[in-house]
Write a protein that binds this ligand. Structure first.
Ligand SMILES: [Zn+2]
Length: 172
């Protein structure tokens, strides 16, 4: 047991005497009891302050996590819509490439040629004759090329090229 000598204000001494007589304990026991209650209250207050601080930190973390989740969702939606329009453009090009776009200009052949023959292999799929001359816009008005199909193909290719340019300017 340790000993404490302390000078205390008269009012505090009077209050201590009142407490002691109410509790029917000795003065020392009353002082120890009151000091334990007081110290407990200080500890509780510290604990509450620490918990409040931790709660505030956790709330701040949660706000950051929410913000990051929103940004990730926005990025995902943007990517998804870009991929959808890219898929649409590829489908349009794919469709146009498979369309019959005209007839082979080789008089000995004259078989149908596709968009793919014209812009990918530049050769007739049947006689393997060169179609390079048909890519010249001045030549496309000839009877061997369907102008509408040709424009659809060029339009789809232009859409794809335009999207590639936009994607490149967004991600230098
Ligand atoms: Zn041919």
């Amino acid at each position: 047991m340790a000993t404490i000598y302390a000078r205390i204000p008269d009012e505090l001494r009077t209050a201590l005497d009142d407490y002691q007589s109410q509790r029917r304990v000795k003065l020392t026991a009353a002082m120890v009891e009151l000091m334990e209650i007081g110290l407990g209250a200080v500890t509780d207050k510290t604990t509450v302050a620490a918990l409040t601080e931790r709660l505030a930190a956790a709330e701040a973390d949660a706000a950051v996590a929410r913000e990051m989740a929103i940004q990730a969702e926005n990025a995902r939606q943007a990517l998804e819509s870009r991929m959808n329009s890219q898929a649409d453009a590829f489908a349009a090009v794919g469709g146009a490439l498979n369309q019959t776009i005209g007839k082979c200009p080789n008089p000995n052949c004259g078989k149908p040629i596709s968009g793919r023959d014209l812009v990918v292999s530049h050769a007739c799929g049947t006689c393997t004759g060169s179609l390079a001359d048909l890519l010249d816009p001045a030549q496309t008005h000839g009877s061997s090329i369907n102008g509408t199909q040709y424009l659809l193909l060029i339009g789809a290719l232009g859409l794809l090229v335009g999207m590639a340019v936009v994607a490149q300017s967004k991600n230098p």
